[in-house]
Design a protein around this ligand. Structure first.
Ligand code: HEM
Length: 155
């Protein structure tokens, strides 16, 4: 069932990265402008935080389904030591998945730290710090050599 929907999952996971990146940029932009202008954190700070965590959680779910469906992952696990010597199998079975799990964890820790902050200046500072750390992990973990708009352009 998952294997049959592999290319659909891959396309959605590939395109959803842009939603994740836009949500991260929105969080960062809101954290910077809100703090500089001394604006109240709520309600847009809370919306930015939830939007980013929600986008990342959906991508995590898609990634887990893709992990189960991908022929690259299946053959990597069939001969793990050989896969570790090849770039794409190693990248997708270990490096990409672990880096993105770290990014998801950073987004969740950040959201909890923002909620726990008692004043708005601290909330902005924490939103900025944790969104930036999570975004950094995502930028490092994205396979930029793959299509940027899968399924939408002929190349
Ligand atoms: C949360 C942030 C994540 C982002 C932004 C992201 C982004 C991407 C992108 C851009 C691709 C390439 C798609 C293409 O070839 O067009 C990809 C592939 C893949 N991702 Fe993720 N990913 C994330 C998380 C995860 C997680 C947590 C897992 C698994 C636990 C995962 C598993 C995979 C797999 C298995 C592939 C490639 C499968 C294949 O080519 O057969 N991803 N990801």
């Amino acid at each position: 069932m998952l294997a049959e929907n592999y290319s659909l999952l891959l396309t959605i996971h590939s395109l959803w990265r842009w939603v994740v990146l836009l949500a991260a940029v929105f969080s960062l932009a809101w954290a910077v402008t809100g703090r500089v202008r001394g604006q109240p954190f709520a309600p847009w700070g809370d919306r930015a935080r939830s939007l980013y965590v929600g986008a990342v959680d959906i991508q995590l779910l898609l990634g887990l389904l893709l992990y189960a469906a991908s022929p690259i992952i299946r053959s990597a696990w069939m001969n793990f030591s050989l896969a570790m010597k090849q770039h794409e199998p190693r990248f997708f079975s270990v490096e990409h998945s672990l880096t993105m799990l770290v990014a998801v964890a950073l987004a969740h820790i950040g959201a909890a730290r923002v909620r726990a902050a008692t004043d708005d200046r601290k909330k902005f500072a924490r939103l900025l710090l944790w969104s930036a750390l999570s975004l950094l992990a995502i930028l490092v973990g994205i396979p930029w050599w793959r299509p940027l708009l899968r399924g939408m352009l002929s190349s």
